[in-house]
Ligand binder design. Structure first.
Ligand code: ACM
Ligand code: ZN
Length: 745
C-alpha cells in the first residue's frame, strides 16, 4: 500500500543551515531513530563540515573483513581526497556501544566491538540524505554522540513458513533491520504449512514438506538450500544481525509428519495443511526415533546457524494424541511423569540437553513453562507478559513479545504505531533485573504473503526499534512522530511499501434520539489525507459529499466506504466501517461479562454503539470472552414498539471461536417481567455438519418481537471447551459478539 509523503513539517526538520554557506550546500537531519543515548549538537552554525559524496576511510585492521560491506553502507564512494572517516577500536565501550564525533577533522568513530562501529556508521547514515545517488554538498554539523542499546535482544520474527519468502526479500529485510539497529532475525523455518530448511539426512522434509496444495488447486511452497541459508546468515552477520532459527517442536509439525508419518503418534498419512490454526497431530513423545530424527535435524541446523540460541517453538501443542498413544503413555510411566504437560516439559528438556551438549541455548514460547521449565531455557513471552515474569521469578531470562503490542500480523486497528511506541518490555518489578533480554515483533504470515509483509512491519518496527534501543527516559511520542515524519522519505527511497501508522479516520457515532438513525462524524486521524465517502446499503452506494466537514446521518444497516488519497494518490484498499442505525444505539448498557483485555470491542458501550463487527475479528468492534458466557441489557429511553432484535456472532473454529450453545433474547416493560425464552437452542457448535467446514465469518441471528418494550436483554452461553474433534480439544473456546440491534417503529 505504498504511498509517498511530502516532508510536510519543515518546521520540525531539525536542520543546521547557515546564512554564510553556499546555496547548494544542503542541511542534513538530526532526526535519528532510534534516538541515541546522548547527542551533543553544536549550535554554532559555522561549526560544520561539507561533504560532497566522497569518503576517505581509515578502518581499524581488526575490522578489515567488514570493510567492503561497511563502505557500501553509506552513500558516496571511497576517494583518498574525500572526507575522513576514522574507525578505531578502543576499550571501555558496551558490546554495541560507540562514540561518533564530527568536527573539522572529519568523522571519528570509536567502539570496542565491530557491532558498535557498525551502529555508528548507521547513525551517520541517518543524518545523510536517503537517496544514495544524490548529488550535492551536504553540511554536517559538529556533533558528539555516545550511544549504546538498552536491550541486547532486538528482534523481528519472520514467518517464512505460512508464506514462503524469497531469499532476496529476506536479505532486504535484514538491511532494513540493520538500518533500525535491530540485531536479531528470528527466522521461523518449520511449521504445519511448510518445512523450509534443506536437511541432508531427511530429503522428504523439503521434497514433500515444503509444498502444499491450496484451496484453488495451486501449489504453494519453497525452501532454502543450505547454500542460501549460509549466504543469508553471513549477510546478516556483516550487518550485526544474528539469525536465530526456529525449529518447532513438538507441535506445529504437520509438514514434517506429512514427509515422515512415523513421526506422529498414529503414523497416519497426512497432507501438508493449507489452512491455519493449531493441529493435534504432533511429534510422538514415546518413540525414540522421534528424538533421533530431531537430533539429526538440529545437528544440521546448528551447522548452518552459529547463533548461541536455537528456538524450538514449544507453543500450541495439543495433548490429545499423547493422551491416547500407548507409547506416549508408557513414556509418562517410565519417566515418572504425572501427565501430558509434564511429558511436554520432558520432551523440551531432552532437546535442551542435546543443544546444551553442543554449546547452544534453547529459547521456547511461554508454553514451555507448563509442566516445569527445563534448565537453562529462555522464555519468549507471547501470551501477555506473565510468561516472562514467571521465567524471571525462576531465575531465567525472557524475551518479550506479547500479542498486545508485538504482533505485527494484527491489523492497525488493534496495534497502531502509538501502541507499539508505548510498549514497555520490562514490567513493573522487573526493572533492572537484567533478565529481560529484550523484545521481538512477530510477523506471522498466515494472512501476509511476501507482498504484504512491508505494510505490516512498517512503520511499526520503527517504533519498536526505539523502544528496544533507547533508554526509557528518552521515550517521547511527539518527538518520535516528528522524526518518523521525516523517515518516510527514507522508507520511500528504500522502496518500503509501508502501511498506515494508525486507522486514518476517527469515526464516532451518536444516536439521533431513538429515531433509528445515527449521526456519524468523520475526522482525519492522519494529516494530509482526502477521501470519497459513500454509504453502501443493499449493494447500492450513495456518495456523501463533504463527509469530513460536517456530521451526517445514516439510517438502517450498511457500511461507510471510504476511499482515501494521500497527496492525490489512492492509498490501498477502501476502508469499510459496517454500521447499524437502530434505537438501541448509545442507550444505557449493563454487561454480565467482564471486558476481555484483548477484545474489549468498544468497551462498555460496544454492544450498542452503532458500529458492527466486520469480517476481521480483530477490528476492535467485536467483544469476546474466553470460556465464559456473555450477557447484555439495554434500557431504552422510553417504551417503544419493538419489531425485532438481532445479534451477530463470529465463527472461526481454526481460531477457537465458536458460536454459542444457546442464546436468549428477552424484552420487558418494567425490567422485571420478561418475555422471550431460550428459544434458540443452537446445534451449531460441535454439530457434525460443522466439523469439516473451515468456516470463517459472521453469523446473524434475529428474532421477531412485535411487542412494546423498554428493556432488552440478550444472553449467550459459551459452548464450553473446544470439542473432541477439534485440534485444540478441551481448551476453552472463544465467544465473539456484536451488536445488539433493536429495530422499532
Ligand atoms: C505464537 O504466536 N503461537 C507463538
Ligand atoms: Zn505418541
Amino acid at each position: 500500500m505504498g504511498y509517498s509523503r511530502l516532508i510536510g513539517h519543515l518546521i520540525l526538520l531539525t536542520v543546521v543551515m547557515s546564512s554564510c554557506i553556499q546555496p547548494e550546500v544542503q542541511p542534513v537531519t538530526r532526526a535519528i531513530i532510534p534516538a541515541p543515548t546522548a547527542a551533543n549538537w553544536s549550535e554554532d552554525s559555522k561549526a560544520q563540515i561539507h561533504w560532497n559524496g566522497d569518503w576517505h576511510w581509515t578502518i581499524d585492521t581488526e575490522w578489515d573483513k567488514r570493510q567492503i560491506v561497511w563502505k557500501a553502507w553509506l552513500p558516496g564512494k571511497s576517494n583518498p581526497k574525500g572526507l575522513s572517516i576514522r574507525m578505531e577500536r578502543a576499550v571501555g565501550y558496551a558490546v554495541e556501544g560507540y562514540s561518533l564525533r564530527i568536527d573539522d577533522d572529519g568523522v571519528s568513530i570509536e567502539a570496542s566491538e565491530e557491532a558498535g562501529a557498525f551502529h555508528a556508521l548507521t547513525t551517520l547514515r541517518w543524518m545523510l540524505p536517503p537517496d544514495s545517488d544524490n548529488e550535492g554538498t551536504w553540511a554536517l554539523p559538529h556533533v558528539s554522540i555516545s550511544d549504546a542499546p538498552r536491550f541486547e535482544h532486538r528482534g523481528l520474527l519472520l514467518d517464512c513458513c505460512r508464506h514462503f519468502m524469497d531469499p532476496d526479500f529476506v536479505m532486504r529485510t535484514i538491511d532494513l533491520l540493520a538500518l533500525h539497529k535491530m540485531n536479531v532475525l528470528h527466522w521461523h523455518l518449520t511449521e504445519d504449512q511448510g518445512w523450509r530448511i534443506e536437511v541432508g539426512a531427511y530429503p522428504e522434509l523439503t521434497s514433500t514438506g515444503a509444498w502444499r496444495a491450496e484451496d484453488d488447486g495451486s501449489r504453494h511452497g519453497g525452501f532454502y538450500t543450505k547454500a542460501q541459508i549460509r549466504e543469508i546468515v553471513a549477510y546478516a552477520a556483516d550487518r550485526n544481525i544474528t539469525v536465530i532459527p526456529e525449529v518447532e517442536l513438538p507441535g506445529h509439525s504437520r509438514a514434517a509428519i506429512a514427509a515422515y508419518p512415523w513421526l506422529s503418534c498414529t503414523g497416519d498419512s497426512l497432507e501438508v495443511p493449507h489452512d491455519w490454526g493449531v493441529f493435534k497431530d504432533i511429534y510422538c513423545a514415546g518413540e525414540d526415533t522421534t528424538f533421533r530424527f530431531l537430533e539429526t535435524v538440529l545437528l544440521e541446523v546448528m551447522d548452518l546457524f552459529p547463533s548461541e540460541y536455537i528456538h524450538i517453538g514449544g507453543d500450541e501443542a495439543p495433548k490429545v494424541r499423547w493422551e491416547s498413544c500407548p507409547k506416549c503413555q508408557r513414556r509418562i510411566q517410565e519417566e515418572g511423569l504425572h501427565d501430558a504437560h509434564e511429558l511436554q516439559s520432558w520432551f523440551i528438556t531432552q532437546i535442551g540437553s542435546f543443544l546444551a551438549d553442543h554449546g547452544r541455548k534453547l529459547i521456547g514460547w511461554d508454553e514451555i513453562l507448563e509442566g516445569g521449565l527445563p534448565d537453562g531455557a529462555t522464555v519468549q513471552s507471547w501470551r501477555g507478559m506473565q510468561g516472562g515474569r514467571d521465567a524471571v521469578a525462576m531465575g531465567r531470562d525472557a524475551i518479550m513479545s506479547p500479542t498486545s503490542h508485538c504482533y505485527f500480523d494484527y491489523p492497525v486497528e488493534s496495534i497502531d504505531l502509538e501502541r507499539v511506541y508505548g510498549f514497555e518490555p520490562e514490567p513493573e518489578g522487573l526493572e533492572g533485573s537484567g533478565r529481560i533480554l529484550g523484545g521481538e515483533c512477530n510477523m506471522w504470515s498466515e494472512r501476509a504473503p511476501q507482498e504484504l509483509v512491508d505494510s505490516k512491519v512498517f512503520p511499526r518496527i520503527v517504533a519498536m526499534s526505539e523502544v528496544l534501543w533507547s533508554s526509557k527516559s528518552q521515550r517521547d511520542w511527539n518527538g518520535f512522530q516528528e522524526r518518523m515524519e521525516l523517515h518516510y522519505s527514507r522508507l520511500d527511497a528504500w522502496n518500503v511499501d509501508y502501511g498506515w501508522e494508525a486507522v486514518p479516520i476517527d469515526l464516532s457515532c451518536e444516536a439521533a434520539a431513538q429515531t433509528g438513525r445515527i449521526t456519524v462524524e468523520l475526522d482525519r486521524a492522519i494529516s494530509g489525507i482526502e477521501g470519497d465517502v459513500s454509504w453502501e446499503t443493499e449493494g447500492i452506494q450513495s456518495r456523501i459529499s463533504q463527509a469530513f466537514d460536517a456530521p451526517f446521518e445514516v439510517t438502517g444497516e450498511g457500511a461507510l466506504v471510504v476511499e482515501l488519497r494521500r497527496n492525490d494518490a489512492a492509498v490501498g484498499k477502501p476502508w469499510r466501517f459496517p454500521l447499524a442505525g437502530h434505537v438501541g444505539v448509545f442507550q444505557p448498557v449493563e454487561l454480565d461479562h467482564a471486558l476481555n483485555a484483548y477484545y474489549p470491542g468498544g468497551g462498555q458501550q460496544g454492544l450498542a454503539d452503532g458500529r458492527l463487527g466486520s469480517m476481521d475479528f480483530r477490528d476492535g468492534c467485536w467483544q469476546a470472552t474466553h470460556g465464559e458466557d456473555m450477557g447484555v441489557r439495554l434500557s431504552l429511553n422510553e417504551e417503544l414498539q419493538v419489531d425485532s432484535l438481532s445479534m451477530q456472532f463470529y465463527l472461526y473454529q481454526d481460531a477457537w471461536i465458536f458460536v454459542p450453545d444457546s442464546v436468549r433474547f428477552q424484552w420487558s416493560l418494567d425490567g422485571e417481567n420478561w418475555k422471550g425464552d431460550w428459544s434458540i437452542q443452537t446445534e451449531w457448535n460441535g454439530a457434525d455438519s460443522f466439523v469439516q467446514n473451515e468456516i470463517q465469518g459472521v453469523i446473524r441471528l434475529a428474532v421477531p418481537v412485535n411487542s412494546r418494550a423498554k428493556y432488552i436483554r440478550f444472553e449467550a452461553l459459551n459452548p464450553g471447551p473446544c470439542p473432541l474433534w477439534h485440534d485444540a480439544a478441551s481448551s476453552d473456546s472463544w465467544l465473539f459478539l456484536d451488536e445488539l440491534v433493536v429495530h422499532a417503529n
